[in-house]
Design a protein around this ligand. Structure first.
Ligand code: GAF
Length: 400
């Protein structure tokens, strides 16, 4: 989690790996998404908050165009690359993972160079990473790795990039270099979140508002339940959901599904049927349009100071992810059913789906009983025990 000795540790490890002092230490967090799932690539609304779990990077620039990458979390030693030779995966984005953790930071250097921000040998660097963001848990460990790299290079090379620009370049790295067709939410969360707030983001123009989210003041807790499962079909299914949404927007003649009004949703769905769109695609559309509406509803309730009342909206969001977008799984559904039955105010899967984590909003006094009920239900179903911890709204990327 938060590791107050992290900066010293990562500095000492850098020294050991590279034999020199780093130029500095940077941090970028993972996230949970409160509401607004699979809306970002539809130009819609999302509302993530940063976790206290971070990816740390100790880094120094190099003048010879060599990029050296080392992770304290993955065996395999230093990965050495030449910045001029970095090239995106053939065919651009397509849902594949280019393989290996080093593609994420290498992709960021490639994206900075592609944007003309680093030329010649610039972009060479030595980086050592250590992360407390759980991997494969849908908590954006990849975005944290990208954003910490971009934030470090931004400072080391004096690029003057704003956090949203950093997020865009990191998304570009992941889409084109790594080959994962993600939206912008995770990178924006890691780059732009602030302590004690959720980030209300319009993914179309990246306008944002920091929404105070002080759970403790209201006697509440937001639990993260990491199911510790990641179902294989996730990667291809993400791309196919995105394709279906884009096809529906084209059929309707709108720029993105964000432009489909909630009020006329039934008429739009009938129109899609008339145009020959299959039932599954029509359900995808219904999820996106109603999910955008749920984000607005949550914002309204938080602005009114009524955090407790967002619970049922979260649970409705889960039902929509499960039934209309079809991205949940047995383990995530079990968390939601069990937590709500044990007294939670509301709960839902968070992130891309097909495993990963759920969030549970609960009164502080019920947190223990709800956690116990979920753990027992997992045991009874023959699943590995989940990892449960509180989501404390934390700071975005920064130099330490
Ligand atoms: C993943 C993606 F990376 C995000 O862009 C977003 O689409 C999310 O799934 C679903 O809301 O985390």
């Amino acid at each position: 989690m938060t590791d107050e000795h992290g900066p010293e540790r990562v500095t000492a490890e850098f020294r050991e790996v590279y034999g020199t002092e780093p130029g500095g230490v940077w941090a970028a967090p993972g996230r949970v998404n409160l509401i607004g799932e699979h809306t970002d690539y539809n130009d819609g609304f999302v509302m993530p908050l940063a976790l206290p779990h971070t990816c740390l990077a100790a880094a120094s620039p190099r003048t010879d165009g060599v990029l050296r990458l080392h992770s304290g979390d993955v065996p395999g030693g230093v990965v050495e690359l030449r910045v001029e030779e970095l090239a995106p995966v053939a065919g651009g984005s397509g849902g594949g993972d280019r393989g290996g953790w080093a593609a994420y930071p290498a992709g960021v250097v490639w994206a900075l160079r592609e944007a003309g921000l680093l030329t010649g040998a610039a972009g060479g660097a030595e980086l050592h990473f250590a992360s407390t963001v759980p991997t494969g848990a849908g908590l954006s460990s990849s975005a944290a790795l990208e954003v910490v790299t971009a934030t470090a290079l931004n400072d080391l090379y004096g690029l003057g990039l704003t956090p949203p620009r950093i997020a865009q370049l990191c998304q570009r790295a992941e889409n084109a270099f790594v080959g994962v067709p993600c939206g912008i939410m995770d990178q924006m969360a890691s780059a732009c979140c602030t302590e004690g707030h959720a980030l209300f983001l319009d993914a179309r123009d990246l306008s944002q508002r920091q929404v105070p989210f002080d759970l403790a003041a209201e006697g509440l807790r937001l639990l993260v339940v990491d199911t510790r499962v990641k179902h294989e079909l996730g990667d291809g299914a993400y791309a196919s959901r995105r394709d279906a949404c884009e096809a529906a927007a084209r059929a309707l003649g709108v720029r993105a599904l964000r432009d489909v009004p909630f009020e006329g949703l039934d008429a739009t769905l009938a129109e899609l049927e008339r145009l020959g769109c299959d039932a599954a695609t029509r359900r995808r559309v219904r999820h996106v349009v109603t999910e955008d509406r749920r984000v607005e509803e949550v914002i309204g309730r938080l602005d009114a100071g009524d955090t407790r009342s967002i619970g049922p909206v979260l649970t409705a969001g889960h039902a929509s992810c499960r039934d209309d977008f079809e991205i949940s799984c047995e383990e995530l559904d079990l968390v939601v059913e069990t937590a709500n039955a044990a007294g939670a105010l509301g709960s839902r899967m968070t992130g891309g789906g097909f495993g990963g984590s759920a969030i549970v909003l609960v009164a502080e006094g019920d947190a223990e009983a709800v956690s116990k009920a979920v753990t027992e239900a997992f045991g009874a179903a023959g699943h590995r025990a989940p990892r449960i911890f509180p989501a404390v709204p934390s700071a975005g990327a920064r130099r330490l």
